[in-house]
Design a protein around this ligand. Structure first.
Ligand code: ADP
Length: 537
């Protein structure tokens, strides 16, 4: 049997594999493209949403600061000297921890009035905690609005105020805070006032920015507020560092501060990535299953092709097996009929004709019986019989045949009966096939037929001293049409003819008796074929 399948078969297998795997791979690729497209689109949408969120956070902070400016600009709260405005300022500062102090001054900034919390605010001639004409100071920090406000800024504020609208202008302080400055309409007299508040970044972020961020930060999206150049946030909705930020926007109100966004687990993006992985796994699985299916189909086809090839061999083997004995019988028969055979040779001619006829009928019998087993029409008529007696009967009947081939036949049979339930003719046929093979493949060595009892079974064994059967072929030889060509002891290859049906028939007969037929290597060389049948008590 050839080791590799024929080319057509390989091509068929390739086509099968391609049929199964190419569509799965194409699917997977298409899926990957769709995934990456939708991922990109989703990222775009997410960025737009984040920009919207950051915009509204900024807008809100700005709105809050505007409200404070509104209050500061009201006539009742003009941050001018006087106890009523001082009280208003104190109430405002207490309610607004992000504002450290407020101030009011004239456009010329000749005098500045500060209201600050906590006291003490250094003042000149004032012990209430509010002061005139003095820089604002707590601890090491000292802010003098007269120096801090650039002229250009004040002019811009006045111009805006003259046009009727108010703009909050931020002025960064060295300390990290900022002044929010604006101009307000005059109250008593013609000059507008310059008003302002000092905003502390940390409390501002905590009390104004973070509440909005906490509200909008959900679904795996987390926010943090960072000072420019710092890795750790000054406040955030979840623990994070700068490196994890996927997007950031400056805080309009606080120069040097940014709001950063981290898209983490539980976000839509994360879910999408997970889904992409799942699809990849799914398609991988499908490809694997299809591949396995293709492989399975390929093996099936290969077996079919192999069986077809074996059948072809079988037909040519059978023709040969028929032609050889027929030619002999005809030749010998014709010689005898024509009286061309001397008397002393006649017995050999007759016995050859008989032997060849027997061989023919065994061959035809094998084919017919095997066919019956295949069609399910084989009739096994099981009756009580003695397996030892059956082995003795067949051994004696075939002794002349074995010896004619130059082999010795030895029988090793038990004294007591080996009762079984069996079909006499079928079992005899199986045994004859084994003896026949032992002669055919036994290299002229002795053929031994033994019967014995073993563990509730009755065994009959046929052993030879031939080359044996390679372990890899010991099961295959029982398959129909399978013939192996074992090397003989002298290294030559057997050329014995046969149909490959003998052992298949032996196994079918054994199994029809609820038994088994097996072969094993024989110690010292050769094979032992064994039929094991259930004992019948
Ligand atoms: P056939 O003898 O017609 O080829 P079988 O089914 O009887 O068919 O045997 C199948 C194959 O098993 C044989 O072709 C032969 O290669 C191998 N075989 C059978 N009996 C023996 C044996 N006693 N020793 C070695 N090989 C054997």
């Amino acid at each position: 049997m050839p080791a590799s399948p024929p080319r057509a078969l390989r091509r068929l297998a390739g086509a099968l594999l391609a049929l199964a795997i190419v569509p799965a791979l194409a699917f997977a690729a298409a899926q990957a493209v769709v995934q990456s497209e939708s991922e990109a689109r989703l990222a775009e949408i997410r960025d737009e949403q984040l920009d919207g969120l950051l915009f509204s956070v900024n807008q809100n902070a700005w709105d809050v600061a505007s409200t404070w400016a509104d209050r500061l600009g009201q006539p009742s709260f003009r941050v001018e000297s006087g106890s009523s405005s001082a009280e208003a300022a104190r109430a405002f500062l207490e309610a607004t921890p992000a504002v450290r102090f407020v101030f009011a001054t004239s456009p010329a900034r000749a005098d500045v009035l500060y209201y600050g919390l906590p006291a003490p605010v250094r003042t000149e001639g004032d012990t209430t905690g509010y002061g005139l004409y003095a820089p604002y100071a707590t601890g090491a920090e000292q802010i003098d609005v007269r120096e801090t406000l650039p002229d250009a800024l004040v002019e811009r504020l006045l111009a805006q105020q003259a046009l009727g609208y108010r703009k909050l202008e931020p002025v960064a302080l060295d300390s990290g805070g900022l002044l929010l400055v604006f101009a307000a309409a005059p109250v008593n007299g013609p000059t507008p006032r310059i008003l302002g508040m000092a905003v502390d970044p940390s409390p501002f972020v905590e009390t104004v920015v973070m509440p909005t961020l906490r509200e909008v930060g959900r679904g795996g999206v987390e926010f943090g507020v960072f000072r420019e150049g710092e890795a750790e946030p000054i406040a955030s909705t979840a623990a994070m560092s700068r490196a994890e930020i996927t997007r950031q926007r400056p805080l309009w109100l606080l120069p040097g501060y940014v709001v950063g966004v981290r898209v983490g687990e539980g976000s839509a993006e994360e879910a999408l990535r997970r889904r992409a992985w799942q699809s990849v796994l799914l398609f991988g699985g499908v490809t694997l299953v299809l591949g396995a299916g293709a492989l399975f189909a390929w093996r099936g086809v290969r077996q079919e092709v192999e069986v077809a090839r074996l059948r072809e061999d079988f037909v040519s083997n059978v023709s040969h097996e028929l032609r050889t004995p027929l030619a002999l019988i005809r030749m010998y028969g014709e010689s005898l009929a024509e009286g061309r055979v001397p008397d002393d040779k006649k017995p050999r001619y007759y016995s050859t004709i008989v032997a060849e006829t027997e061989r023919l009928s065994r061959l035809v019998g094998n084919v017919l019986h095997f066919n019956r087993f295949e069609r399910g029409t084989a009739r096994i008529d099981r009756r009580p019989l003695d397996l030892g007696a059956l082995a003795a009967e067949i051994g004696e009947r075939y002794r002349p045949v074995v010896e004619r081939e130059g082999c010795a036949l030895r029988l090793d049979l038990p004294e007591s009966a080996l009762p079984i339930l069996g079909d006499h003719d079928a079992l005899a046929e199986a045994l004859v096939n084994l003896i026949d093979n032992a002669v055919k493949y036994g290299d002229g060595g002795p053929v031994e037929v033994a019967a014995r009892r073993a563990d509730g079974s009755a065994l009959v064994e046929v052993a030879d001293r031939g080359p044996g059967i390679p372990p890899a072929d010991r099961e295959r030889v029982f398959e129909p049409f399978v013939r192996v060509q074992p090397a003989s002891a002298d290294g030559l290859v057997h050329t014995a003819k046969g149909t490959g049906l003998g052992l298949a028939l032996v196994r079918r007969i054994a199994e029809a008796h609820d038994g088994t037929a097996t072969v094993s290597a024989r110690a010292g060389g050769g094979s032992v074929f064994r039929i094991s049948l259930p004992s019948h008590a």
